[in-house]
Write a protein that binds this ligand. Structure first.
Ligand SMILES: [Fe+2]
Ligand SMILES: [Fe+2]
Length: 175
């Protein structure tokens, strides 16, 4: 993930990058995903890029059922344009995870499952409780991990990673 790519994605966002589906959420999904990847063996590069792309084409913070497929189209376009540099196999996993993250319960591939759970572990920010029955990796069903992720989600913790730092460096909102 390059800062050039992060800047391009923030620049095309239709929703508020400070909102509940914005950069603070993405930065936690990134960290959740890397924590899970240590156990699931997921492709870390795909997990990081999923955090960046999966909600990048939301048009609203309300229900928006097609935002996954739209995020997939954006990743394909950036790959064609050379902004997203990724080999064919990880690209396919990234596109699948983005396209299906709200529509599918689980998936055959452990990297895709890790992406789904990285997102689902950050539900407490909207007042929801993480239900282990809706998680699809054994690693994510760990009660201590759910408690850790939910506490950060509720508190709006902004992790110190590329996405968290991008949020901190946004210009002040217009009055
Ligand atoms: Fe989403
Ligand atoms: Fe999300």
């Amino acid at each position: 993930m390059t800062s050039e790519l992060v800047t391009a994605i923030i620049g095309q966002m239709a929703i508020d990058p400070r909102g509940r589906h914005g950069l603070s959420h993405w930065a936690r999904v990134y960290e959740n995903g890397l924590r899970l990847a240590a156990e699931t063996g997921a492709d870390r590069q795909v997990v990081e890029l999923f955090a960046l792309f999966h909600d990048s084409r939301r048009l609203t913070d309300q229900a928006d059922h097609d935002h996954g497929p739209r995020g997939t189209l954006l990743a394909e376009r950036y790959h064609r344009d050379g902004l997203l540099r990724l080999d064919e196999q990880p690209l396919r996993l990234l596109l699948t995870a983005c396209r299906l993250h709200t529509a599918a319960r689980t998936h055959d591939d452990p990297t895709v499952r890790t992406c789904f759970d990285a997102d689902r572990l950050d539900l407490a920010r909207i007042g929801a409780t993480v239900d282990p029955a809706f998680l699809c990796t054994e690693a994510a069903r760990n009660p201590q991990l759910i408690a850790w992720a939910s506490e950060r989600s509720r508190a709006g913790t902004v992790p110190d990673n590329l996405l968290g730092r991008a949020l901190q460096s946004l210009p002040a909102p217009a009055p």
